[in-house]
Design a protein around this ligand. Structure first.
Ligand SMILES: [Zn+2]
Length: 625
């Protein structure tokens, strides 16, 4: 039997007291609303869709062939097993919250196949037991073996929280093999794709076995000495270019960088003074103040799926992989627990309502891999940057990653300390902190009002995050008069029974730092935390999206709700369409002529490409009034 300690049901629960504690996910129940609806669609559509595609794309057959139940050749990339693990993790979080019996058949089949395919020494990997049999641990740079194991461990932890340890026993047998092979005194080789580090720390937390955390720390400290080599994209691609503690700039493959940072934050949380904090802070600034898209997207280059230089943020060539935005949310959550600063939640919110939300269709069954901020008229198809969401990908890392995030999203909304509870992200639902329990009623982010009704007078201070972008937010306690609440946290004292927050979500235009010259001469439109875009589907016939300009000091007018998109839309009066000459370049340096097209409609960025394929842009060019 697996020996485990009593653990909070949550994706990351620091082993030592940190600035903020997570709340057990079973104590949060989302109601109808933005996040509640999304979580329901995730369960009813996205998870079943992932299950179908795991069958049709060959992931399940890759395991069946190992146990003599399939003659099909191996299909998919070498890390295909991780798509299964992420889907199992999603179902595990659903099961941890109660009943997920509609997935029982798939779960039983998956657990059976994984147990049957596992080798006697614990090894389990359908690629290196399949077409590359005999080559295990020979190509850690590219093979993703530890990455896959990390996802297996995370799925096993979710299922442990659901009260079932079959997967945890499988994962622990494999982890023991990794201890024997790569632990102290063993091989100093490291995996090219971080991910196992954060999984090992959480494994240490739920089992109480500190060896797993020590192995994670060993893997962190072996990184950055160039042992992996340059490969095709240089050692930064593998996060092996600089020792972790000395890193000061976000570099290389974005998802690898961000999963690594999540693992570093976990180690720093558990081993106070472990020495990683300066690197965490410097890289946080590098990511969020120099290299992040306004949507929360990350990754400016398709080549190497990598960060660019500071301020290198092209809208149309943004890579902005869905997994990167998810990884950034996970890292920021860990930083919040470690440190308590609201800036981490601001970034979680930015990503969630924009770069993450845009990745999935309204029905939850089609996905973007790359999430650019502009799609040009006539964009030709590329698999990782298509003009519409696809129902699956050869490299299908993103859809099941989305599934596991949304199945656990209620874990990321509130925190607590001994003397306070914190409402970090707002979603309608019930929140139970034990001695303090409340119902939150809100249509945020569409509506500005958030009503919090406590079951009984509070026995701890209640703190409410006011986003950094909010202006003139107010808090009214127990029906009293509203008082202004500055960005940060507004507080309600012990004894409070109800709170009404108003976080105005009026439309505002946003300008980029001029050094981000990919966005110079343009403005973006934000309504609350939600960024908007203009889309070809809303333009007058014959108007090309690239020609559209808006006034230099534009306004945006509420235009009701689009019934097809089920979201508020905004109108920008005074738009015009440029009439450029057909010449690509010309010595005539005067501004091209333009004709008025009246009002141009803006819709939430995350809803684009739900009506038809077509051009789109977030950054809208302005012209002199
Ligand atoms: Zn991905």
């Amino acid at each position: 039997m697996v020996s485990v300690t009593e653990a909070l049901v949550t994706p990351a629960a620091p082993a030592r007291p940190t600035a903020r504690r997570p709340v057990d996910a079973r104590r949060v129940a989302l109601a109808e609303g933005f996040l509640g609806d999304w979580q329901r669609i995730n369960r009813e559509a996205t998870i079943p869709h992932c299950i179908e595609r795991l069958e049709s794309s060959g992931v399940m057959d890759n395991l069946r062939r190992l146990v003599g139940e399939s003659d099909a050749p191996f299909r998919g990339p070498e890390f295909a097993d991780s798509d299964l693990y992420k889907t199992l993790e999603a179902i595990g979080w659903e099961a941890a919250g109660g009943d997920a019996s509609e997935f029982d058949g798939f779960v039983a089949e998956s657990f059976r196949l994984l147990a049957a395919a596992q080798e006697d020494d614990g090894y389990l990997d359908s690629y290196y037991q399949g077409p590359r049999r005999g080559e295990r641990f020979t190509n850690l740079a590219q093979g993703h073996e530890m990455y896959k194991l990390g996802h297996l461990v995370q799925a096993a932890i979710a299922w442990h929280h659901a009260g079932r340890d079959e997967l945890l026993e499988i994962a622990l047998r494999y982890v023991d093999l990794v201890h024997a092979t790569f632990g102290e005194g063993g091989s100093d080789d490291i995996d090219g794709h971080p991910e196992i580090e954060t999984a090992l720390v959480e494994l240490a937390r739920i089992t109480g076995d500190d060896r797993h955390r020590a192995l994670a720390r060993r893997m962190l400290d072996l990184r950055g000495h160039g042992t992996i080599g340059e490969g095709q994209f240089g050692s930064a691609y593998y996060q092996d270019h600089v020792p972790v503690k000395q890193a000061r700039e976000a570099m290389g493959h974005v998802v690898r960088q961000l999963y690594l940072l999540a693992g570093i934050a976990d180690v720093e949380a558990d081993d106070a003074g472990a020495g990683y904090r300066d690197a965490l802070d410097a890289l946080w600034t590098s990511v969020h103040e120099h290299k992040q898209y306004v949507t929360g997207g990350l990754g400016s280059r398709h080549r190497g799926e990598s960060f660019g230089d500071p301020y290198e943020l092209p809208a149309d060539r943004a890579y902005s992989e869905t997994c990167a935005a998810i990884a950034n949310l996970q890292w920021n959550w860990r930083m919040l627990l470690l440190d308590g600063a609201p800036k981490y939640v601001d970034e979680m919110e930015r990503g969630l309502y924009n770069a993450i939300a845009v990745s999935t269709s309204q029905d939850g069954r089609a996905y973007f891999y790359s999430n650019p901020l502009q799609l040009r008229t006539g964009h030709t198809h590329e698999e990782d940057a298509p003009s519409t969401r696809l129902d699956w990908y050869f490299c299908a890392c993103c859809p099941p990653n989305l599934a596991r995030l949304m199945a656990s999203i209620h874990s990321y909304l509130v925190t607590e300390t001994d003397d306070a509870v914190q409402f970090q992200l707002y979603a309608a639902g019930r929140y139970d902190f034990g001695d303090v329990a409340a119902r939150v009623e809100t249509s945020y982010p569409w509506d500005e009002t958030i009503r919090v009704v406590f079951d009984a007078p509070t026995t701890r201070v209640a703190q409410f995050r006011i986003p950094s972008w909010a202006r003139a937010a107010t808090i009214a306690i127990d029906g009293g008069s509203a008082v202004e609440a500055a960005p940060g946290y507004a507080e309600a004292p012990v004894g409070t029974t109800s709170v009404e927050l108003v976080i105005p979500v009026g439309a505002e235009f946003v300008r980029a730092n001029p050094r981000a010259d990919g966005a110079r001469g343009t403005l973006a439109l934000r309504r609350g935390p939600v960024y908007y875009c203009i889309e070809e589907a809303d333009l007058p016939a014959g108007t090309r999206l690239e020609d559209v300009t808006i006034p230099a000091t534009p306004v945006a007018v509420e235009a009701g709700e689009d019934p097809r998109l089920n979201v508020p839309v905004l109108d920008i009066p005074g738009a015009a369409a440029l009439e450029p000459s057909p010449l690509l370049y010309s010595e005539d340096v005067s501004e091209p002529g333009a004709h008025a097209i009246g009002t141009v409609r803006a819709i939430p960025y995350f809803r684009w490409a739900n009506r038809s394929a077509g051009a789109m842009r977030v950054w809208i060019p302005t012209r002199a009034d």
